[in-house]
Design a protein around this ligand. Structure first.
Ligand code: GLV
Ligand code: MN
Ligand code: MN
Length: 424
């Protein structure tokens, strides 16, 4: 016998139970043998499986669902009027050994909001619920690829130029999961089709929990400039080579790492964050001076100009340190995204929505990157943060947000979408 939507299990469960169920379904879609936490990298079959869960859920609710050539999945609920849509959503990929909430909380929020609104014809605007592909830059260096393509900020040709650590181009990764990189530009959103967009996300910091505040309304999203640095020194015997005759690539890398930390913490750089997150050393022998070293540097800032000036200053210092040690250096800029200042019009609707829902809130910047940063080039866009526990740890298995906080966030999200619906 066929189950109707009204009788289906997703309709009879409590919101808390649906949130928990979806979180654990997504958490199970993780690469096995990859250590603790969730590993579901951009443009992998696991990421596509997560999109299939989203598609099935939204289709069961009676929404119209499609996946574009960037791998983003969009589910539309018709409004009382045709015309531009109001959107909400986040991403389904993860960094290696991630937690279960980054991106997922916002997609789950979109799914639960769709579940609550699907039967109501409550909105004038069509609503679009979005699961973005490839938000994390962990695999290819570039963050927010799905939303970048939606915003027209990445050309298909760029997909051939970006490579993962195994040397697979992003274009080939597209092909491996059944997407056509030549057609990626078709994923572009037209501004006239979108009235506004709101993303719910975990905070990934401890500002909200420390201040015992329930909701963050984001005003600025940090930009990031990412560098790949290759240092070529001279591999040689650790016993036979006197200290003054060395060209030690790892020692040069160590100086560059410390130069980054010093730069980010000097008095001009309140709010700048510089991190070296990967380092490869060759030949990797205890008795050979490191001849080759590769490192990835992530420079984040909420100030556009300072972000680029800091990157240039770090490159100059890296060249100086390498030169002093007789080490050759090659610096590639692998990604460069500007900070986004989110429009006050959306912030005001979201703070009002938090008030309507009886929640404490604060307006705050985001240190992490988000799809909203790209989507703000298409239409007015905003973000809601819900509190992260465990001192705000994120991009790690200890990441935790309480279900009650996600459910509260969903209430504010729906109230915000309603306000945006009646705002024009
Ligand atoms: C996305 O999670 C980022 O790296 O900020
Ligand atoms: Mn995220
Ligand atoms: Mn992330």
């Amino acid at each position: 016998m066929m189950t109707t939507i009204a009788e289906s299990p997703i309709r009879s469960q409590t919101t808390e139970a649906v949130v928990d169920d979806l979180l654990s379904r997504f958490a199970r879609l993780s690469e096995s043998g990859h250590g603790p936490g969730v590993t579901r990298l951009a443009y992998t079959l696991l990421e596509r499986e997560a999109h299939a869960v989203f598609t099935e859920f939204m289709t069961d609710l009676g929404l119209t669902v499609w996946t574009d050539q960037a791998g983003n999945t969009i589910a539309e609920l018709a409004g009382r009027r045709t015309g531009p849509a109001i959107g909400t959503g986040s991403h389904l990929d993860s960094v290696p050994n991630a937690g279960a909430y980054d991106g997922i909380a916002g997609v789950v929020a979109a799914m639960v909001a769709a579940r609550q609104l699907a039967d109501q014809e409550a909105f004038d605007h069509p609503l679009r619920f979005v699961a973005f592909a490839a938000e994390e830059g962990a695999r290819f260096g570039q963050a927010c690829t799905g939303s970048r393509l939606a915003a027209g900020l990445t050309e298909p040709v760029n997909l051939e130029q970006l490579h993962d650590a195994e040397g697979v181009s992003m274009a080939d990764a597209f092909r491996e999961v059944g997407l056509d990189p030549e057609r990626a530009a078709e994923a572009r959103w037209r501004s006239e089709d979108w009235a506004s967009f709101v993303e719910l996300h975990i905070e990934q910091g401890s500002v909200l929990t420390d201040a015992r505040t329930q909701i963050g309304v984001v005003d600025t999203i940090s930009g990031s400039t990412r560098l790949h640095i290759e240092l070529r020194g001279r591999a040689s015997h650790t016993g036979g080579t006197p200290m003054h005759l060395r060209a030690d690539a790892l020692a040069a890398a160590a100086e560059i790492i410390m130069a980054g930390e010093t730069l980010a913490t000097d008095s001009r750089h309140h709010g700048t964050r510089i991190t070296v997150g990967t380092i490869e050393v060759e030949p990797g022998s205890m008795t050979t001076i490191p001849g080759l070293c590769r490192l990835d540097v992530d420079i984040r800032d909420t100030d556009d100009r300072r972000q680029r000036e800091t990157a240039l200053e770090l490159i100059a210092q890296a060249e100086k340190h390498a030169g002093e040690r007789g080490v050759d250096i090659d610096v590639q800029v692998v990604a460069d995204a500007s900070p986004a200042i989110l429009p006050l019009s959306i912030q005001r609707e979201l703070t009002a929505a938090a008030q309507d829902s009886g929640c404490s809130y604060r307006v705050m910047p985001s240190g992490a990157s988000h799809d909203t940063q790209m989507i703000s080039h298409v239409c007015p866009a905003g973000m809601l943060f819900v509190p992260s526990q465990n001192h705000g740890i994120s991009h790690a298995p200890e990441e935790l947000t309480h279900t009650t906080d996600i459910v509260r966030g969903i209430d504010v999200l729906i109230a915000g979408l309603r306000r945006l619906d009646s705002a024009d």
